[in-house]
Design a protein around this ligand. Structure first.
Ligand code: FMN
Length: 201
């Protein structure tokens, strides 16, 4: 079995999404001690914003790639080399401005590729990554899993939609939330870690 971990907070060890992601990975390792894991820190090993060259490289058959297009497609190919064999993907998601970090969006723009992660068929669009399980470790200053801010959360909603688009529908979400709220902040991480401990894989 293979696991891919994506780190997307620039806060290093202080990051709450990172600490929650670590707990998820440790839990998975208790069930699958033999699991082979790869980690990509998208804040250190960044994917470039998708540009015209990248997109043209996706649309060009391999045998026709120029040196420039080969270079352009290398980011996507490298990310797919990590994603395609992974059975489980754990993604740390700090909420930035109600949404996901742009480093994660850039990664998504490089892995959503026609013919590789989805295809157009007679029935419409078909996601091709059907057998993967994803865990999201979402950290936010406010509380978004319930209450008045729920509808403003574009982290879980967007990730469920875009991952579903490429065929990944087995998605489990853990949250460390309310860390900017005095009445919730001290309990936020312990509560999130407890939810991981209580989860049966
Ligand atoms: C640039 C930036 C934007 C943020 N935007 C939001 C937001 O829209 N809503 C929210 O609840 N918290 C927001 N926060 C707070 C973070 O979500 C919170 O600090 C979280 O713990 C960050 O994850 P990390 O600890 O893994 O870095 C923001 C923090 C930063 C640095």
């Amino acid at each position: 079995m293979k696991l891919l971990r994506l780190i997307t907070s620039f806060k290093g060890n202080e990051s709450l999404s990172f600490q929650l992601g670590n707990a998820i990975v440790e839990k998975i390792k208790t069930q699958h001690p033999e699991i082979d894991s790869t980690t990509r820190n998208l804040t250190k090993n960044e994917m470039p914003h998708l540009n015209e060259l990248h997109f043209n490289s996706f649309m060009t058959p391999t045998q026709d790639l120029t040196a420039e297009l080969k270079d352009a497609v290398s980011y996507s190919d490298e990310a797919l080399k990590e994603l395609l064999p992974a059975d489980i993907v754990v993604i740390d998601v700090p909420m930035y401005n109600l949404s996901i970090p742009s480093s994660l969006k850039a990664w998504i723009d490089h892995i959503v590729r026609a013919g590789i992660t989805f295809r157009y068929s007679e029935e419409g669009i078909e996601g091709l990554l059907k057998d993967k399980k994803v865990f999201l470790a979402i950290a936010s200053g406010g509380i978004f899993s319930e209450g008045p801010l729920k509808e403003f959360d574009l982290t879980e909603k967007y990730l469920r939609n875009v991952l579903g688009f490429i065929g990944i529908t087995d998605i489990t979400v853990f949250r460390v939330e309310g860390t900017a709220m005095p009445q919730f902040k001290d309990e936020a991480l312990p509560k999130a870690l407890e939810s991981v401990a209580a989860y049966s894989l």
